[in-house]
Ligand binder design. Structure first.
Ligand SMILES: [Zn+2]
Length: 189
């Protein structure tokens, strides 16, 4: 009996250990999953976390007394750096908007190319429209392809997630768009 309890505790410790922030987990369809403080990042199996992180310039965090600790953290893996950078962007989006939704969390799906993104879009909406990236409130998910990934567009889409999570009753679409644009305009302030 005691042995069983010990085994359960060991398994629990293991599962906590394996889901640590910034670590890569494999998921169905070959997606790599990385947990960060504010996001769950789903990365297409063909993409490299180091290359993705390299596309996000968060050097604005250098001048922030709190964020700079994250920015200057050393000895991290490529997936941890990616998770850190996305958290810096998410936190800045909340600060620019002055909105801090309780337990804010958003999924980010990074596709290998635009075509893969469009396939997903057509399955969800089937209206023939095309976007560089988009956010779906129903699934609390930002969808973005590798070639469009950048700090401004990601801040804009995470901004949508923050706005939609903050309001109990969603403001009109034009207002939400205006607020999301405000995030990427002031990202580097
Ligand atoms: Zn928008």
């Amino acid at each position: 009996m005691k042995k069983n309890i010990l085994a359960v505790i060991f398994v629990l410790i293991l599962s906590v250990e394996t889901s640590a922030a910034g670590e890569i987990q494999e998921a169905a369809g070959g997606w790599k999953i990385i947990e960060s403080r504010f996001t769950t990042i789903h990365v297409d199996k063909d993409l490299d976390c180091g290359v993705l992180g390299g596309r996000l310039d968060v050097s604005f965090a250098m001048y922030d007394p709190v964020e700079k600790n994250l920015f200057y953290e050393r000895g991290l893996t490529e997936s941890e750096i990616l998770a850190n950078k996305i958290d810096i962007i998410a936190r800045k989006a909340m600060r620019v908007l002055d909105m801090k939704p309780e337990d804010f969390h958003v999924n980010i799906r990074i596709y290998g190319n635009e075509e893969k993104l469009w396939k997903t879009y057509d399955k969800l909406f089937d209206d023939g429209k095309r976007f560089k990236a988009f956010y779906v409130h129903k699934y609390a998910t930002v969808y973005i392809p590798y070639e469009n990934l950048g700090e401004s567009i990601l801040a804009h889409e995470i901004g949508h997630a923050v706005i939609d999570s903050y309001f109990g009753v969603l403001p009109p679409e034009k207002i939400r768009e205006l607020l999301a644009c405000y995030v990427d305009v002031h990202l580097k302030d």
